[in-house]
Write a protein that binds this ligand. Structure first.
Ligand code: HEC
Ligand code: HEC
Length: 150
């Protein structure tokens, strides 16, 4: 008897977890000239994470500025490499939208670490430190300068 109650509880738990996952399983990826995003400069995953109020579960998201660090830089390109300074294998390419925001629900494997590069029309800027997280605005604009390019 006890055992069956336990297994019923387990089934309910699994089902509710699945339901929760399903709620945010839709895909959403930023693209050049897109204007769907908002909350420029904020850590998108404060809301777009499991349990957060934001629609969509982002694996990576953030904001790119121009050299003024005030205005955003639209339509830049984010690339993730296996090596530093744009070396190694190019694993992912994400288009920055018209507001300067980028985001993706795509599964991004940070297990072996990835290196970010932000390409503007004149310059590609590389992050030297290896990344294990896609919450770009959790550091940039908080503990370190905003991400910027030109
Ligand atoms: C304070 C919570 C919060 C933060 C922070 C936040 N979002 Fe959202 N986001 C939401 C909510 C809630 C929705 C769904 C309702 C809506 O569209 O406003 C949403 C929807 C979206 C959508 C879908 C809009 C559509 O038309 O389908 C995109 C794209 C998006 N957010 C991108 C971002 C990006 C990029 C960031 C970070 C720069 C971010 N969000 C930060 C709460 C947030
Ligand atoms: C854990 C904190 C942290 C996170 C998360 C983070 N960064 Fe960085 N980023 C840094 C620090 C510190 C530097 C400066 C030192 C360096 O280049 O490693 C930096 C530098 C950069 C630079 C080069 C800046 C310049 O002035 O040339 C770019 C571009 C960049 N990051 C992009 C990103 C992107 C894109 C993401 C999200 C995928 C991200 N960063 C996530 C801390 C972070």
């Amino acid at each position: 008897m006890k055992k069956s109650i336990k297994s019923i509880a387990l089934v309910i738990l699994v089902l509710s977890l699945l339901a929760c996952k399903k709620e945010k399983s839709e895909s959403k990826i930023s693209y050049y000239n897109g204007t769907e995003s908002h909350n420029i400069g904020q850590n998108c995953m404060n809301c777009h994470d499991q349990g957060g109020e934001g629609e969509y579960l982002f694996s990576i998201a953030g904001t790119v500025y121009d050299s003024s660090l005030v205005n955003t830089y639209p339509n830049a390109t984010l690339k993730l490499f296996t090596g530093s300074n744009g070396t190694g294998e190019l694993k992912y390419t994400i288009q920055v939208d018209a507001l300067g925001n980028f985001y993706s629900t795509e599964l991004i494997n940070f297990d072996n670490g990835l290196y970010a590069s932000i390409e503007g029309s004149l310059q590609a800027k590389n992050m030297m430190t290896v990344l294990n997280s896609g919450q770009c605005n959790s550091c940039h604009g908080v503990t370190i300068d905003k991400i910027w390019t030109k």
